[in-house]
Design a protein around this ligand. Structure first.
Ligand SMILES: Nc1nc2c([nH]c(=O)n2[C@H]2C[C@H](O)[C@@H](COP(=O)(O)OP(=O)(O)OP(=O)(O)O)O2)c(=O)[nH]1
Length: 137
């Protein structure tokens, strides 16, 4: 079975990570995730991510480094590949247009959130990478 491809954005500002809580009208309500969505038609991964982040957060981003994809089975039993990209913030003001809540959290705060299962390996990879970048004084 071919997996449905979902792209998601890792956005970091001043050492804090952008976290989004899925709303009651979405699948997986109440779980925290990296914002994004399904690739449509002939879009590239980057084009889909730019479109989704504009739709969901009102922000223009530039996808840069791709991280390791995570795989899951959706509630309807479909296979999903969740593809993360570290993104730069190009322009726009953050508004939660679809999520219940969108906020920047420190990695310590973000660790305590109830992440969607597929996001946990992505969060862990990010944490390992980020801790190497942060000097321990
Ligand atoms: N966007 C996103 N989806 C995730 C994450 N983690 C996770 O399990 N998912 C799942 C939830 C959904 O089953 C699927 C993505 O659906 P979505 O509802 O965000 O995508 P979309 O906006 O294109 O959806 P739609 O228009 O078809 O309803 O992937 C994540 O971090 N970001």
């Amino acid at each position: 079975m071919e997996a449905i491809q979902v792209v998601c954005a890792i956005i970091i500002s001043e050492g804090k990570l952008l976290c989004a809580k899925r709303s009651e009208s979405m699948s997986l309500p109440g779980y925290w995730e990296f914002p994004g969505g399904k690739i449509e038609g002939k879009e590239t991964e980057q084009e889909a991510l730019i479109r989704e982040i504009k739709e969901e957060l009102g922000v223009n981003v530039i996808p840069t480094q791709k991280l390791t994809s995570s795989h899951l089975k959706s509630e309807k039993g479909k296979l999903i590949e969740l593809i993360p990209y570290v993104c730069l913030w190009e322009s726009g003001k953050l508004v939660a247009l679809e999520h219940e809540e969108v906020a920047f959290y420190s990695f310590d705060q973000a660790k305590k959130l109830n992440w969607a299962p597929a996001d946990i390996p992505i969060f862990d990879e990010l944490l390992t990478f980020f801790s190497k970048l942060t000097p321990r004084l």
